[in-house]
Design a binder for this molecule. Structure first.
Ligand SMILES: Cc1cc2nc3c(=O)[nH]c(=O)nc-3n(C[C@H](O)[C@H](O)[C@H](O)COP(=O)(O)OP(=O)(O)OC[C@H]3O[C@@H](n4cnc5c(N)ncnc54)[C@H](O)[C@@H]3O)c2cc1C
Length: 535
């Protein structure tokens, strides 16, 4: 049975997801004093005399975004889970400090789109972080390229005309200096020490993947308007159809939600509210049941939404982690489910669908660009390894999809570490450090890795399979042959069925032979003489 405390935690998580927020103290990046002079827009308290509608309007249209009475302002629209927003924070604070030192009329604001979803939607924010400049009296704002968020460029392009008359502009511009941020929790540098020690147990993985899936439905599908464009609608439908076929039974709740969405897909792509209603019903039915699909295996919900294995100590970070897990589960699901399908799903179809999903609905701007660049440049031999041809099937071929995604993910892991070392002013990572961030570590899977860093395809697939697929859903038994480079796959069920059939057929054949001989004797008397002779 689910414990009360766990149910309370789960309810809290579900509530958080419904209100488009990651509830808790980690909702904001700039809410602490250290972030001064950046002003975080915190959700205001409701005034007693205010109606619900008035309150909602006040939150949706904060004064600092209106033109009237406001001086020049920079506003960063961000999501706390977005790694590049976390990386950008020290730069934004530093630039804000230096500029406000000399131009006290300029203000720097931050808006967490996860909490203030509608504000960001009204402003057409499609990727995080988005920085906009609002000149005096202006409420529309112009986009500021992130690479230009430095003292020199902001002064030159936006502020010079407005600064205090006695200021030595050159001196201010020279204020640009290299910012050395501290590593944040869950950083890649930490991982070189931890070497992925905190591996996710299966139940946690399905929980975290579900959290990210549901979170994305609430926050990432309808980012800029209430209807989807044709290409967005197509990307969304194709993606959820793929998931409906490739998620394991342990995610049946998610699969059911997907089926409900597919039932009304034409309406949903035209109107976000239809989807939100379906999600609300899902949550209330889970509450009524006072349970969830994790009833028998409730993960340790250490933070709102994501388990400790994903969120580390930063709950908001769980989103991208759960998303990776959802992607990996889907790729293993393709291999496992293709065995059963009369028309297998092609590996290229699944990869295209994933890429389109990232393109349209993954709001971490830089993550999205990097991923799509890798995809478009056929990184890790994608264009040769994956195939459109659905009739060209067989597990060796299908497995290239999970293996390709595994390589892409490891490449991201390595890149993050390199970038972090650069940010911290540390030397380039050594081979040993690089090996420490690849997954699985050599400790976790010795047979996966060769000494020179190359890897064993079948062992890696087997590891991925064990990690991402439910143990009791296995239809195939793997025998890893140590000295050959092969995996022997046999279907336990079909093997035993086949053996039984053979035995039954042999018995039948024996019985038939005996019967036939008796009948021959009876009808023809052919053996009579001989029989008589020998009795
Ligand atoms: C598509 C995508 C692109 C991204 N691009 C960027 C980017 O360009 N820059 C950036 O700063 N952040 C990027 N991120 C976020 C980043 O990859 C991490 O998700 C984030 O830093 C949180 O890391 P984590 O430690 O929780 O583990 P994650 O890297 O999120 O991994 C989640 C879990 O997957 C497992 N895992 C790890 N590696 C592998 C692997 N190779 N194969 C299978 N399973 C694995 C581990 O159990 C791990 O706990 C991206 C995320 C996604 C989903």
């Amino acid at each position: 049975m689910i414990s009360k405390a766990r149910f309370a935690a789960l309810s809290l998580f579900l509530t958080g997801l419904t209100s488009n927020t990651i509830s808790g103290s980690k909702e904001y990046l700039y809410a602490d004093k250290d972030a001064t002079p950046v002003i975080e827009f915190l959700k205001p308290d409701k005034i007693k005399s205010e109606s619900d509608v008035q309150y909602k309007l006040r939150i949706r249209h904060p004064n600092f975004l209106e033109g009237k009475g406001n001086g020049p302002r920079f506003v960063e629209f961000y999501a706390p889970w977005c790694p590049h927003c976390q990386h950008f924070k020290p730069t934004y604070i530093d630039v804000a400090r230096k500029i406000t030192d000399v131009a006290s009329n300029v203000k720097f604001y931050a808006v967490a789109c996860t909490t203030h979803y509608d504000i960001c939607k009204d402003r057409g924010v499609k990727g995080y972080p988005t920085i906009k400049y609002f000149s005096e009296g202006n409420s529309t704002g112009t986009l500021v390229v992130r690479s230009q968020v430095n003292v020199k460029d902001l002064m030159k392009n936006y502020i010079t005309a407005k600064i205090d008359s006695n200021t030595d502009t050159d001196k201010v511009m020279k204020k640009d200096s290299k910012i050395i941020p501290k590593p944040y929790h869950g950083s890649q540098i930490d991982k070189t020490v931890k070497t992925h020690a905190l591996t996710n147990a299966n139940a946690n993985i399905y929980h975290d993947a579900t959290s990210s899936f549901i979170y994305a439905l609430h926050n990432s599908i309808f980012m800029t308007s209430k209807t989807l464009s044709n290409s967005e609608a197509d990307a969304f439908e194709t993606w959820i159809r793929l998931l409906s076929k490739t998620l394991p039974y342990t995610m049946s709740d998610t699969k059911n939600t997907i089926l409900l969405l597919l039932d009304d897909i034409t309406g949903i792509v035209q109107n976000e509210n239809i989807m939100l209603d379906i999600l609300k019903e899902r949550i209330s039915s889970q509450r009524d049941k006072k349970t969830s699909n994790y009833e028998n295996d409730v993960p340790d919900i250490a933070s709102e939404g994501w388990t400790a294995a994903c969120a580390h100590s930063v709950p908001a970070s769980g989103y991208t982690c759960g998303l990776w897990e959802l992607f990996h589960i889907m790729t293993i699901g393709l291999v496992e489910e293709n065995y059963k399908l009369s028309k297998p799903i092609s590996t290229m179809h699944a990869a295209e669908s994933l890429n389109k999903y990232v393109e349209h609905f993954f709001a971490c701007e830089e993550c999205r660009t990097n991923f799509m660049d890798m995809y478009d440049s056929c990184s890790f031999d994608r264009c040769n390894r994956l195939n459109w041809n659905e009739t060209k099937h067989g597990d060796i071929h299908w497995k290239q999809l999970p293996l390709w995604l595994w390589e892409v993910h490891n490449d991201v892991n390595m890149r993050l570490m390199t970038e972090e070392k650069i940010r911290l002013g540390l030397p380039e990572p050594t081979f040993k450090e690089q090996q420490a961030v690849v997954w699985p570590s050599k400790n976790d899977c010795q047979v996966c890795w060769n000494d020179d860093g190359t890897w064993q395809e079948n062992e890696v697939y087997f590891y991925l399979y064990q990690h991402y697929w439910p143990t009791d859903a296995r239809t195939v038994a793997y025998v890893s042959q140590k000295n050959t480079d092969q995996i022997l796959i046999t279907s336990k069920n079909s093997l035993s069925r086949y053996l039984l059939l053979c035995i039954a057929m042999s018995l039948f054949a024996l019985w038939l032979t005996v019967r036939t001989r008796k009948w021959q004797k009876y009808l023809t008397g052919y053996h009579k003489k001989a029989d008589d002779c020998c009795v």
